[in-house]
Design a protein around this ligand. Structure first.
Ligand code: ADP
Ligand code: ADP
Ligand code: MG
Length: 462
C-alpha cells in the first residue's frame, strides 16, 4: 500500500481525499498557495507545503513545484483530485519520470481520452455508438458545411480538448455555422490552449447518463452503475442523482457493458467515468473523464463503495476486491452542488467572507465541504463550496431528505445558489424523474419568478 500521498488540490475534494487516506493509515501532504494558507485542507493534512502564488500557473497548476514538494516530503504518490492537473498528461508523465505514482490512469491514456476526437474514434471502432458527427477535426467552414448537410441540423461544434462545458456552440442552420465555429475555437484556444474543433449532431434535450468505472492493473474492469446528471446550467452540472429513475434494466445493462468496453478499449486503469447522452432508446458515448468526478458520492451511497479508497488501492498495485456481480445497487442518492454565486446576477461568483455557518446532518445526509465560520471564500478558484448528498430507500425519500437538508443549511455572508437547488426539488417535472438536459433552460428563470412571487416560500406548484 502507498504510504504518503501529496494531494494536489484544494477545497472540499482535498478534504475528501484526506478522509480516505486517514482511514487507510496513509499519510497526507497538502499543498497551498499564499492566500490559501488558512484553508481547511492545510489544517487537516498531516503536513502542508506552500507551492507558490495564487495565479494558476504559479500555484495549483505549477507542475515543477508540486513534484518538488512531493519529493521533499518523501511522498510515494500524488492524488490530483479533479480540475487543475487531474487530466494533464504531461503532469502524469512527470510523476512517472520522478518515480511518483500518479493516482489515475497513465499519461498516454489521459492523453488519448483527453482528445475527444480520438476517444470517439477508438470507442466507435470497438462497437460503442457515438453521436453522428465529423470523423476527425474540422479544418474549415467548407468541410463543416458538408458534414452538417450529411448529419442534418442542428449541430454542435465542440472543442476536442474541451471540459467544464466550455468550447461548445450550437448551430441551428448553415447561417449560424461559421460563427459557432469561431466562438468554439476561440474559447477553446483561451481555455485549453488548443483550438481543435469537431462536429456532433445536436441531440435535442437528451439525458446525460454516465457510468462509474473501476479498473485495476490486472485488466479487471467493472462499473458501479449509472448517474443522471441532467440538471445542468450552460452544460455544467448542478445536481446529480443515482441511479437514473427511468432507465430500463435492459438499457442499463447494455450501457454498463458499453462503458466497460470503452474503458477496456482505451487500456484504462483506476477510476473513471464514461459519459453518454441518451435520446429515447438510443444512447451515444460523448466522452470519458479520466479522473475522480465531482458527483462520485452518489455512486458511493448506493453501492457502499469508497471510490477514493479504491483509487488508492488500485494505484498501490492491488487487485480489485470485487467483481461485477458483487455490485448491488441499493436505494437512491442525490447530490446538490452549492456554489457561492449570485443567482440574481447571472450566477456571478460571490467570493465573500462566511460569517455564520450551519451545515446539515441527520440520518441519510452527507456533507462534503471545506467550509468554516469566518473563512473567506477565495476569488481565485471555482465557486463550488459545498456538496450536500442525501440517501434514501426510495427516490422520494432522498428528495424529501434533500429538501430538509438544504433547509437546514445556513450560510451567511455570501450569496449562494441554495434557493435554486431547493426549487428544483419541488418542480413537478423533476419529481416525475423524466427530465432532461433542457431542464434548467426551460425552468431556470421561471423557478426564480415563482420563488419571488411566493415571497421566498417553497411549495409544490413550481
Ligand atoms: P464533473 O462534474 O463531471 O466531474 P466538470 O466538467 O464539472 O466535471 O469539472 C469538474 C471540476 O473541474 C469542476 O470543479 C470544474 O470547475 C473543473 N474543471 C473542469 N474543466 C476544467 C478546465 N478545463 N479548467 C479548469 N477547471 C476545470
Ligand atoms: P465537457 O467535457 O465539457 O463535460 P461533454 O462532451 O461531456 O463536455 O458535454 C457536456 C454536456 O453538453 C452534456 O452533458 C450535454 O448536456 C451537452 N452536450 C454535449 N454534446 C451534445 C450533443 N451532441 N447534443 C446535445 N447535447 C450535448
Ligand atoms: Mg462531460
Amino acid at each position: 500500500m502507498l504510504k504518503r500521498i501529496l494531494i494536489a488540490n484544494r477545497g472540499e475534494i482535498a478534504v475528501r481525499i484526506i478522509r480516505a487516506c486517514r482511514e487507510l493509515s496513509v499519510e497526507t501532504i497538502a499543498v497551498y498557495t499564499e492566500s490559501d494558507r488558512e484553508e481547511l485542507h492545510t489544517m487537516l493534512a498531516d503536513r502542508a507545503v506552500c507551492i507558490g502564488r495564487d495565479r494558476p500557473e504559479s500555484g495549483y497548476l505549477n507542475m515543477e513545484n508540486i513534484i518538488e514538494a512531493a519529493k521533499l516530503t518523501g511522498c510515494d504518490a500524488i492524488h490530483p483530485g479533479f480540475g487543475f492537473l487531474s487530466e494533464n498528461p504531461r503532469f502524469a508523465e512527470m510523476c512517472e519520470e520522478n518515480d511518483i505514482v500518479f493516482i489515475g490512469p497513465n499519461s498516454s491514456v489521459i492523453s488519448l481520452l483527453g482528445d475527444k476526437i480520438r476517444a470517439r474514434q477508438i470507442v466507435s471502432q470497438a462497437g460503442v455508438s457515438i453521436v453522428p458527427g465529423s470523423d476527425g477535426p474540422l479544418p474549415g467552414i467548407e468541410e463543416a458545411k458538408q458534414c452538417a448537410r450529411k448529419i442534418g441540423y442542428p449541430v454542435m461544434i465542440k472543442a476536442s480538448a474541451g471540459g467544464g462545458g466550455r468550447g461548445m456552440r450550437r448551430a441551428e442552420s448553415e447561417e449560424e455555422l461559421e460563427n459557432a465555429m469561431m466562438e468554439a475555437k476561440t474559447e477553446a484556444e483561451v481555455s485549453f490552449g488548443d483550438g481543435t474543433i469537431y462536429m456532433e449532431k445536436l441531440i435535442t434535450d437528451p439525458k446525460h447518463i454516465e457510468f462509474q468505472i473501476l479498473a485495476d492493473s490486472f485488466g479487471n474492469i467493472i462499473h458501479l452503475g449509472d448517474r443522471n446528471c441532467c440538471v445542468q446550467r450552460r452544460n455544467q452540472k448542478m445536481l446529480e442523482e443515482a441511479p437514473d429513475f427511468r432507465l430500463s434494466d435492459e438499457m442499463r445493462t447494455k450501457m454498463g457493458r458499453d462503458a466497460v468496453l470503452a474503458a477496456k478499449t482505451a487500456g484504462y486503469e483506476n477510476a473513471g467515468t464514461v459519459e453518454f447522452i441518451v435520446d429515447g432508446s438510443d444512447y451515444y458515448f460523448i466522452e470519458m473523464n479520466t479522473r475522480l468526478q465531482v458527483e462520485h458520492p452518489v455512486t458511493e451511497m448506493i453501492t457502499g463503495t469508497d471510490i477514493v479508497k479504491q483509487q488508492i488501492r488500485i494505484a498501490s498495485g492491488l487487485r480489485l476486491n470485487m467483481a461485477q456481480q458483487d455490485i448491488v445497487i441499493r436505494g437512491h442518492s442525490i447530490e446538490c452542488r452549492v456554489c457561492a454565486e449570485d443567482i440574481y446576477n447571472d450566477y456571478a461568483p460571490d467570493p465573500s467572507e462566511i460569517n455564520f455557518l450551519h451545515l446539515p446532518s441527520g440520518l441519510g445526509v452527507r456533507v462534503e465541504s471545506a467550509l468554516y465560520s469566518g473563512m473567506r471564500i477565495s476569488p481565485f478558484y471555482d465557486s463550488m463550496i459545498l456538496k450536500v448528498i442525501t440517501y434514501g430507500d426510495t427516490r422520494l425519500e432522498a428528495v424529501r431528505r434533500m429538501r430538509r437538508a438544504l433547509g437546514e443549511t445556513i450560510i451567511r455572508g455570501c450569496k449562494t445558489n441554495l434557493p435554486v437547488l431547493q426549487l428544483i426539488l419541488y418542480n413537478r417535472e423533476f419529481l416525475r424523474g423524466d427530465y432532461n438536459t433542457g431542464f434548467m433552460e426551460k425552468h431556470g428563470d421561471h423557478l426564480l419568478e415563482l420563488y419571488d412571487a411566493a415571497g421566498g416560500r417553497l411549495n409544490e406548484s413550481v
